[in-house]
Design a protein around this ligand. Structure first.
Ligand SMILES: [Zn+2]
Length: 231
């Protein structure tokens, strides 16, 4: 596995420079691919940062009050454990307690979360990048997850396209998203100021991107999707 430029897809060398001259940075144990994308990076952070601050507590409360979040993670651990594993929107990296991997990448746009992740899981490669243009080589991952993140993006289907691109043939992915469903999802979407999509939106995005849907589970307003990259 090696990094590629999130703008033009050319390889990134040891000095974190792409063939077309884009420069990236390694700081505080983080590979930072948003460092020179001021407009894009900042706009994205501005939009998402306030949501991040509010997300974990209410989410934890909601999920644990109806279902066992720990059980979802344990199940993800057995489904996703593999050699090369990528978690998109990893936050403080909780999933790395459950997923066993040799080459583990945690990706997020928040430097704060990635710093916490590095302290807890020093073996995980911390990458700061946008979920809709991953600095990850095509067909290099055995498994990819994205929990509680995709519904917050302007264009979730672009992120699903990227997940498919970086997966090896037969590689696995698991996605947990908030979908338009009931009163709870309407409340959460109002609170987080996001526009929710119907479950069919995600199912179509998966099927249109060479991914086979293996399993769908509904947890209240949350939808858990397991899929596999076509060979
Ligand atoms: Zn470049």
């Amino acid at each position: 596995m090696r990094f590629i430029c999130p703008y033009d897809g050319t390889p990134v060398n040891e000095n974190l420079e792409c063939e077309k001259g884009h420069k990236f940075m390694y700081h505080d144990g983080i590979y930072d691919f948003l460092v020179n994308s001021k407009v894009k990076g900042d706009a994205l952070l501005e939009r998402i940062a306030p949501i991040y601050d509010k997300i974990w507590a209410p989410l934890g409360f909601f999920l644990t009050s109806f279902y066992s979040y720990d059980r979802i993670f344990k199940d993800a651990g057995s489904f996703l454990s593999s050699q090369n594993f990528l978690d998109i929107g990893t936050g403080p990296g909780t999933i790395f307690k459950y997923v066993k991997c040799e080459y583990c990448i945690g990706l997020d746009i928040s430097t704060k979360f990635l710093s916490i992740l590095k302290k807890k899981f020093s073996h995980v490669i911390a990458v700061r990048a946008d979920a809709t243009s991953l600095p990850i080589e095509s067909a290099s991952m055995d498994s990819v997850s994205s929990f509680l993140v995709l519904h917050m993006l302007n264009n979730p289907s672009l992120a699903i396209k990227e997940i498919s691109r970086v997966l090896k043939p037969n590689g696995k992915c698991e996605i947990l998203v908030l979908v338009k469903s009931n009163v709870i999802s309407r409340l959460l979407s109002k609170w987080w100021k996001i526009e929710l999509r119907h479950r069919d939106y995600y199912i179509s995005a998966i099927e249109e991107n060479k991914l086979t849907l293996l399993e769908i589970k509904k947890y209240g307003p949350w939808l858990l999707l397991k899929c596999k990259k076509q060979a």
